[in-house]
Design a protein around this ligand. Structure first.
Ligand code: 4GX
Length: 253
């Protein structure tokens, strides 16, 4: 089973460039994921290929017409049971690592409707769309970047997309913690040194240091993530150590 994404947009080139590089390029070439980009204009019924019109009721801006969306779905994904249509929109459910995980297990074709202008005719979301997703509480100029963000986050969770499976599992969010600090050569750089424990070759100590740093970083930068995280006895011990280290610093040691 390979995860199949489709993107419906009036600017196909915006996505083609990003998908043509690095890990996603390789995953697509190796048929681990597939991404098909469809130009909505090709499904406009009129000779000028228009996809937008002014809003009923008046007001500023343009609205994307319903017809091209209904036509492309009828032409390419006529069976409702085999498709999951996602519309990118600021009013959608907030995208998260959990959403990415769920989508990585989706068996149906995943279809993204990327809107431009102020809106898409409401009948599109009422009759075609299965889910509205937002990538964050800010307003973009179109749904193309959000579609890429979601494809990127989902694809890297699919087995075989990243070279070694370990590098997903070890990471911050699958741990529920932020990542620990990383270092590479040179050991001494412009007066800044790599923490000695990483040079020790003692892997028990290195793992303990990394876990402690992950907890410390999370506590400092995103304490609300630490609230949701289930601490083991070992984690609690590390957390106590962090607080003790901080107290000593406060006392000026
Ligand atoms: N996370 N935008 C979509 C046009 C639009 C408006 C209403 C459908 C309904 C966004 C976001 C986002 C701007 C993409 C408006 N399409 N999408 N576009 N934030 O801001 O996903």
């Amino acid at each position: 089973m390979s995860t199949k994404f489709h993107v419906v947009t009036i600017f196909p080139e915006m996505l083609e460039t990003y998908l043509g590089f690095s890990i996603l390029k390789r995953a697509i070439r190796n048929n681990i994921v597939s991404v098909e980009i469809h130009n909505l204009r090709d499904y406009s019924p009129n000779k000028h290929k228009t996809v937008d019109d002014s809003p009923f009721g008046g007001g500023a801006g343009m609205v994307m017409k319903p017809d091209p969306f209904f036509r492309i779905v009828e032409a390419l994904w006529p069976e409702k049971e085999k498709r999951k249509i996602i519309m990118l929109s600021p009013r959608g459910r907030l995208f998260s690592q959990d959403s990415a995980m769920e989508l990585s297990h989706e068996e149906k074709d995943i279809i993204f409707f990327c809107g431009r202008y102020e809106a898409i005719d409401q009948r599109v979301s009422d009759y075609l769309v299965d889910e509205e997703i937002s990538i964050g509480d800010y307003i973009l100029t179109g749904g193309e970047l959000p579609a890429l963000v979601i494809i990127d986050a989902v694809a890297r969770l699919i087995p075989g997309v990243l070279g070694d499976f370990g590098s997903t599992e070890e990471e911050s969010f699958s741990w529920g913690l932020l990542d620990y600090p990383h270092y590479t050569r040179p050991e001494h750089f412009q007066g800044m040194s790599v923490p000695g424990v990483l040079m020790s070759g003692n892997h028990r100590e290195i793992n303990r240091w990394r876990k402690k740093q992950a907890i410390k970083t999370t506590l400092e930068k995103r304490p609300e993530l630490l609230e949701r995280y289930v601490l083991t006895d070992k984690d609690r011990e590390l957390l106590e150590e962090i607080k003790e280290d901080n107290n000593e610093l406060d006392r000026g040691n």
